[in-house]
Design a protein around this ligand. Structure first.
Ligand SMILES: [Zn+2]
Ligand SMILES: [Zn+2]
Length: 129
């Protein structure tokens, strides 16, 4: 048959099916992680901390995939914020009187009587000197 003969002789893309390219082996995983050939849909997850349902949006899923995160978020936004807030607890600030301008100075250490304390502005000036 002429047609068959032509098919074989062309040997190139002409005959190849236009189906999505199938990838096997380790390549498959890396492609998945990078989000190729994958459609994201908003997903409802349950927060591990408060038990509330929250949306793992398509955009977030894509972001996670891009970053290579394999795990879905376990907590809702509120709880995540709470946790990150705990992790970075603001330093306790002490109020003192600025030795230079007499204004209120907030310092991250307990002011010592015989050591002058400066407000942020004056501190910067002192440094600049
Ligand atoms: Zn929560
Ligand atoms: Zn000052």
């Amino acid at each position: 048959m002429t047609v068959t003969a032509r098919w074989f002789s062309s040997g190139k893309a002409g005959l190849l099916p236009t189906l999505p390219v199938r990838v096997t082996g380790p390549e498959q995983n890396s492609l998945k992680v990078r989000g190729f050939n994958k459609m994201y849909h908003d997903k409802v997850l349950v927060c591990q901390d408060c038990g509330e349902e929250f949306i793992f949006t398509a955009g977030e899923q894509e972001f996670y995939a891009e970053k290579g995160f394999e795990n879905e978020p376990k907590r809702c936004k509120v709880c995540r914020q709470k946790r990150s807030g705990n992790a970075r607890a603001p330093r306790e600030m002490h109020i003192a009187v600025c030795a230079a301008c007499g204004g209120e100075a907030q310092v991250p250490f307990r002011p010592v009587a015989n050591r002058p304390v400066y407000c942020q502005e004056c501190f910067a000036k002192q440094k600049a000197l």
